[in-house]
Design a protein around this ligand. Structure first.
Ligand SMILES: Nc1ncnc2c1ncn2[C@@H]1O[C@H](COP(=O)(O)OP(=O)(O)O)[C@@H](O)[C@H]1O
Ligand SMILES: [Mg+2]
Length: 461
């Protein structure tokens, strides 16, 4: 539980929430202080206005020297009706004697000023705002206590304190709530990923379905996991296929050796058996070499060595070299269709040559005599289409994807020489060059169609 709390404190969402909460509180405090200062100023202004107004009203009761008695009586009435703790009234003659008032005599300069209540013998520790002046030869002093102003200020301050408290609680609580929610989902991701690391490749991150940023990232991670598990599944399949397919030649090798042992026991010459065994082991080692080569090509390191090469040039040299071989086999080979200008692509000359050699060799080995093999190259919009076609038996629709798998051979080809890696290598080389490869039916025959992207301007050397 404590560990969980500590983790929440360290989590990014919680820290973000906390930072925003603090920022919010700070903004509110600044607004508070400004409002409080404005209120204070307004209240002081209102008090000044009120004191001045009262002074004017009292002073207005004075009309002439003859009726001074009335004026004194009016001040005395104000003084009697008001508590000196709230409002003070004082009328002093030239000799410094009090004519009327609710406080003892004291001196004050003309105009507005502030005095302490204690200094003039009034109860309480509030200060008093006073207005003093001369009316008909006498000093008139009118004052109002700051107590109401102070009360209002106190109320304002208290309401700010309470509001701040509520905001702090809301900011922290809300922050913790949202942080915990985000944390829960991050925990879900963490759990899913550690499950995957532990080997459960089928595990996916649960999505909330609201399309927010965490969902988007989680969705992308799920897609990556889909691809990863498909790749791992593919690898597993390939390893199983390889192990299965290599068992046959290894068994054959073992049988040959056993036969040789039996024969030598009978004193028969074992030379032919040894030759067989050597041939078999050569084939096995060639298969391994081809497998390694395919893996290396798939790893893509050779892409760094790509140079602009002319596809037409490569195809015509393959056609030239294998023309004789096909003829010896009673077949014909022609590079019929080719554009007038060079067909430049970025690639590896050796690998591309290997690609066309494999396809031509396949046509030669898997087709009967009298077959005509044709190579064609056409320039399209930003791409070149290379075709190697024959009018032999072709590959059934259902097996056209399977023949790209390592070691896969059609049943009828079991007797012809080969390891079932030729088309896997073709596919690896085409993929490395960004070329699309499809196997088509020529009615009759097989057509291998590859679309190579043309070399871009400024690409290569
Ligand atoms: N031109 C073709 N005509 C008919 N079948 C073909 C042709 N090319 C390939 N195949 C079939 O596809 C299989 C796989 O080819 P490949 O990977 O080159 O292996 P391999 O040639 O060693 O048997 C071959 O065994 C053959 O059955
Ligand atoms: Mg082959």
């Amino acid at each position: 539980m404590l560990k969980k709390r500590l983790r929440l404190l360290r989590s990014t969402p919680f820290r973000l929430a906390l930072a925003f909460g603090l920022l919010f509180i700070l903004a509110f405090l600044v607004a508070d202080i400004i409002t409080y200062q404005l209120l204070k100023r307004d209240l002081a202004q209102a008090l000044d206005d009120s004191v001045r107004d009262t002074y004017s009203i009292v002073a207005a009761t004075y009309s002439s020297e003859e009726e001074e008695e009335d004026f004194v009586a009016a001040v005395a009435t104000y003084a009697r009706l008001n508590n000196p703790e709230d409002s003070i009234f004082l009328l002093v003659n030239e000799k410094g004697e009090r004519l009327a008032g609710n406080v003892s005599v004291f001196m004050a300069k003309d105009g507005l000023s502030t005095i302490e209540a204690g200094d003039i013998g009034v109860k309480g520790d509030d200060r008093i705002r006073i207005q003093a002046g001369t009316v008909g030869g006498n000093r008139l002093i009118v004052g109002e206590s700051y107590s109401d102003t102070n009360d209002l200020e106190r109320i304002a301050l208290m309401s700010f304190v309470w509001a701040s408290g509520v905001i702090v609680i809301l900011a922290c609580g809300g922050g913790a709530f949202f942080a915990a929610r985000a944390q829960r989902r991050l925990d879900g991701i963490e759990r899913a990923m550690s499950d995957v690391s532990a080997g459960n490749l089928a595990r996916r991150i649960p999505l909330e379905g609201n399309g927010d940023d965490i969902d988007v990232v989680a969705g992308q991670m799920n897609e990556a996991l889909d691809r990863l598990s498909a790749l791992v599944e593919g690898m597993r399949q390939v390893s199983a296929d390889i192990a299965h397919d290599l068992k046959t030649p290894l068994n054959r090798l073992r049988m040959t050796i056993e036969q040789a042992m039996q024969q030598s026991g009978r004193g028969v010459d074992v030379q032919p058996f040894l030759l067989d065994a050597r041939e078999e082991s050569d084939r096995i080692s060639a298969t391994f070499e081809a497998l390694l080569r395919i893996s290396q090509i798939e790893a893509g390191a050779r892409k760094a060595r790509f140079l602009p090469v002319d596809l037409a040039d490569i195809m015509s040299s393959v056609a030239e070299i294998y023309g004789g071989v096909a003829e010896d086999n009673g077949q014909s080979l022609a590079f019929a269709t080719r554009p007038a200008s060079p067909c430049m692509v970025n690639g590896d000359r050796e690998l591309l040559t290997q690609l066309f050699v494999n396809l031509v060799e396949n046509a030669i080995t898997h087709c009967p005599p009298m077959t005509s093999i044709t190579l064609a190259l056409e320039a399209g919009d930003g791409s070149f289409t290379a075709t190697v076609a024959d009018d032999g038996p072709g590959i059934p629709e259902a097996e056209r994807e399977l023949v790209f798998r390592r070691l896969y051979r059609l049943d009828k080809s079991r007797t012809t020489p080969g390891s079932g890696l030729g088309l896997s290598l073709v596919k690896a080389i085409a993929d490395l060059h960004g070329a699309q490869i499809t196997l088509g039916d020529r009615h009759p025959g097989l057509g291998v169609i590859m679309r190579f992207p043309a070399q871009q301007q400024g690409q290569g050397t």
